[in-house]
Design a protein. Structure first.
Length: 153
């Protein structure tokens, strides 16, 4: 891996989730993510949207790279670049991160109250996500998604 990027776990409609790469730990919870693209111009016009990145694919055909390059969660790669708690660089499956942060639960919400219930039930729970090599098969560490009320040291 040539570059290190912060992992941006997406801001979603009913539940705003944020994340970051902090020595193998992401924080999930209510928050605001300010992206450097697509921000409103001074005249009120929307700036052009960032184009979807052209991620490379591994031998298994899975896309990989930094989620920070994606303009939306749907454009994120299959394997998202992370830094494991043991200091090793690797990749977490997008589906595992989406489950840990609640991104996959959002589709089931029928009201804002459903989102609040999900947040309440997950507010004190840290979730470890497996970190893999580029092939996506060998486990090399873990990446911890902390609850929104956690603090980093």
């Amino acid at each position: 891996m040539k570059t290190k990027h912060k992992v941006a776990l997406t801001v979603a409609s009913a539940v705003a989730l944020t994340g970051g790469l902090v020595t193998g730990t992401a924080f999930a919870g209510v928050g605001i993510f300010q992206a450097p693209w697509g921000v409103a111009a001074s005249d009120g016009q929307q700036a052009p949207a960032m184009p979807a990145p052209n991620y490379q694919k591994n031998a298994k055909g899975l896309s990989y790279g930094s989620a920070a390059d994606a303009p939306s969660s749907s454009a994120e790669p299959d394997l998202i670049q992370v830094l494991a708690t043991n200091g090793k660089e690797g990749y977490a499956y997008k589906s595992d991160l989406d489950e840990a942060t609640g991104e996959s639960a959002i589709a089931t919400f029928k009201s804002p109250n459903d989102a609040l219930k999900w947040q309440a039930s997950h507010k004190d729970r840290a979730t470890a996500v497996k970190v893999y090599d580029l092939d996506g098969s060998k486990i090399i560490g873990e990446f911890v998604v902390l609850p929104s009320n956690a603090t980093s040291k």
